[in-house]
Design a protein around this ligand. Structure first.
Ligand code: SAM
Length: 149
């Protein structure tokens, strides 16, 4: 994508992807958003030198941006945690400009291989059970996300 003016990193966590986006698009403004204030506060402190990067504390289901204001919305490893991903997608479409782009990168644990297998715990007798403890919502969100040009 050429010269996006406003980029949103949804569920930015510790801000690594937000920083990569801000470096890759030095002429764009990048906003990292997360519902955990501790990440946001730490990111603001940590990345204060990156002048085109800011962080906001918010929930992806109710974005505070105006409709048709975002050029690019990227999200890595957020959707596996969402109970109602369709609502988050609808909210992304609301804030996205008509020719804006969305990039969602997420997991599909069906093809995961764990080695060595976590046999030490009786609670986790399958890899799937192990991940279900970790990720409470959709372990297979990756294959449900559509892809297009
Ligand atoms: C696995 S981390 C991914 C962090 C980052 N995107 C990365 O790839 O390194 C998931 C992040 O999503 C955030 N999150 C979960 N539900 C959210 C929601 N409803 N709105 C905004 N952020 C949310 C969590 O606080 C967490 O920081």
């Amino acid at each position: 994508m050429e010269n996006p003016s406003l980029i949103l990193d949804l569920g930015c966590g510790i801000g690594e992807i937000s920083l990569a986006l801000a470096r890759f698009f030095p002429n764009s403004r990048v906003i990292g958003l997360d519902r955990e204030n501790r990440f946001i506060a730490e990111n603001i402190r940590k990345y204060s030198d990156q002048k085109n990067l800011t962080f906001v504390h918010s929930d992806c289901y109710s974005l505070t941006f105006e409709s048709n204001s975002i050029d690019l919305c990227y999200s890595r490893f957020l959707f596996q945690h969402l109970r109602t991903p369709d609502l988050a997608i609808a909210e992304i479409f609301r804030v996205l400009k008509p020719k804006g782009k969305i990039g969602i990168f997420d997991i599909d644990k069906k093809i995961d291989i764990i080695y060595p297998f976590p046999v030490h715990s009786k609670k986790f007798n399958t890899a799937e059970a192990f991940y279900k403890k970790l990720i409470r919502n959709d372990l297979y969100i990756g294959r449900k996300l559509i892809s297009s040009e």
